[in-house]
Design a protein around this ligand. Structure first.
Ligand code: SF4
Ligand code: SF4
Length: 164
């Protein structure tokens, strides 16, 4: 018979011994392995009741920072958006109006600031690019959801709470 390749696997069909036909030794061996795992240190935790301690380098949810007077630090310069490899950040800049000096630190601020969390890869480039120390990835894990729309995070989710 013609064969397509030269590869061949010779299979030996040995007669099973009495104990092999009983399957009992194999079952006992399998149970012993299972029991062994039962007494080993558990690798799993009861999340979300129990949470692992994160490394100091952990990058979590972004937060837009305020200064020591509670004013928004972001000046909508766009450097974070430019440095974002996932093109996840969009913003709309606005001019600070007279009387808003207590809200925004500089003359320009981000009226709209959005991060598409479905695109974000948590690389931290936005944090590194920001000249105003206005954005940090120092939050928690981004929570799961069933709807894609909920992953566009605006200032309502990103901006730090105002000082009291
Ligand atoms: S962490 Fe990286 S991917 Fe996510 S928004 Fe910042 S720069 Fe973009
Ligand atoms: S977060 Fe920082 S880099 Fe991004 S627009 Fe605001 S000031 Fe610029």
């Amino acid at each position: 018979m013609n064969s397509l390749t030269n590869r061949r696997k010779v299979i030996e069909q040995k007669e099973m011994t009495f104990w092999e036909r009983m399957y009992l030794p194999a079952i006992v061996h399998g149970l012993a392995i299972t029991l062994g795992h039962f007494f080993k240190k558990k690798q799993t935790i009861f999340y979300p009741e129990v949470k692992r301690e994160f490394s100091e380098n952990f990058r979590g949810q972004h937060s837009l920072k305020r200064d020591e007077e509670g004013r928004e630090r972001c000046t909508a310069c766009g450097l974070c958006a430019l440095s974002c490899p996932a093109e996840a950040i969009t913003m709309t800049a606005a001019e600070r109006q007279p009387g808003e000096e207590n809200l925004y630190r500089e003359e320009k601020y981000a009226a709209v600031y959005e991060i598409n969390m479905l695109r974000c890869i948590f690389c931290g480039f936005c944090e590194e690019a920001c000249p105003k120390e206005a954005i940090y990835l120092d939050g928690d894990i981004t929570k799961a959801n069933y709807s894609r729309d909920t992953f566009i995070f605006g200032k309502d989710k990103l901006l730090e709470a105002p000082l009291k």
